[in-house]
Design a protein around this ligand. Structure first.
Ligand SMILES: [Fe+2]
Length: 287
């Protein structure tokens, strides 16, 4: 029998099984994870109390609460940049629109809207007329693509957290027309702080990290023959665009064109127009 030592323990853990005969991919992930975790413990010379703190933290992160029914595991991977890293790796294939985090606030079956509809009520908000096309990677229009959209209002509040907003406010689903066009009216959203009352928020504060999400609009697109796309589009010039707490700001930047109100005396808000095209990958790209 070989005694377990500092030099043998990592390999002993890796060897303790069938060497990936039954589940090779799981074994590949497991082996690498064990190597990196052991290297991390060695590098920081982790103490027993620190290990216990780590266990307590992960236990709390995975706890289900009334406000976070699934626990904070997804929040944790977002805040560590792991969720975005996985998407970055996936997006190296093809020239389609980048995918991005869905976040926890998507609700299926949003109100059905017609092209040109306004998707929410917000008297304080500055109107944004957003339009564009849904295209394939060769620039051909995709007709009848489903576009689902959701966003916070001009105060950075989603309908589900704000009793003053009607249900379904700033949510909607559309279909593109025969030329792949979509068009709707909304307001320029504000960024917001992610809820930070739980264990992840606690650690962020200890690290001096803020919890701000740069202003964005969420989209989900699907069309027959194409891979579904979940993404976010960020407002150019928004605060913390270069320091989003989930590291989600990449190349999907919405450039707004501002139009001052013709009736300045009446203090009507300025409005904005913007265009953004989405490009979907064909299903074959996943094979
Ligand atoms: Fe969001």
């Amino acid at each position: 029998m070989k005694p377990i030592t500092l030099d043998t323990i990592t390999q002993a853990v890796i060897n303790h099984g069938d060497g990936g005969k039954t589940h090779p991919r799981l074994y590949e992930i497991y082996t690498s994870l064990v190597k990196h975790l052991h290297a991390f413990v060695r590098e920081v010379n982790l103490t027993e109390p620190e290990l216990q703190q780590g266990r307590d933290f992960l236990n709390r992160v995975s706890r289900h609460t009334q406000f976070i029914p699934d626990g904070e595991m997804q929040v944790l991977t977002d805040l560590l940049g792991i969720s975005e890293l996985v998407l970055l790796l996936q997006d190296t294939i093809g020239k389609a629109t980048e995918s991005n985090l869905e976040g926890p606030l998507y609700i299926p079956n949003a109100p059905e809207r017609q092209i040109g509809d306004r998707i929410g009520v917000d008297v304080e908000g500055e109107a944004l007329f957003l339009s564009g096309r849904v295209l394939d990677v060769n620039g051909q229009a995709i007709a009848n693509a489903l576009i689902e959209v959701w966003q916070p209002n001009s105060q950075g509040l989603y309908d589900i957290f704000d009793p003053s907003q009607p249900a379904g406010n700033f949510r909607g689903q559309f279909h593109t027309d025969r030329d792949g066009n979509y068009r709707f009216e909304t307001v320029v959203p504000s960024g917001y702080d992610v809820p930070a009352d739980g264990p992840c928020g606690e650690v962020l504060r200890l690290l001096g990290r803020h919890t701000w999400r740069a202003a964005h609009i969420h989209f989900k697109l699907s069309a027959t023959g194409y891979l579904p796309l979940t993404t976010q589009v960020f407002i150019e010039g928004a605060p913390q665009l270069d320091a989003d707490t989930t590291f989600a700001v990449r190349t999907n930047i919405l450039k707004l064109q501002k139009h001052e109100s013709a009736d300045a005396k009446a203090q009507h808000q300025p409005s904005h127009t913007a265009e953004f095209d989405f490009v979907l990958k064909p299903i074959e790209a996943a094979k």
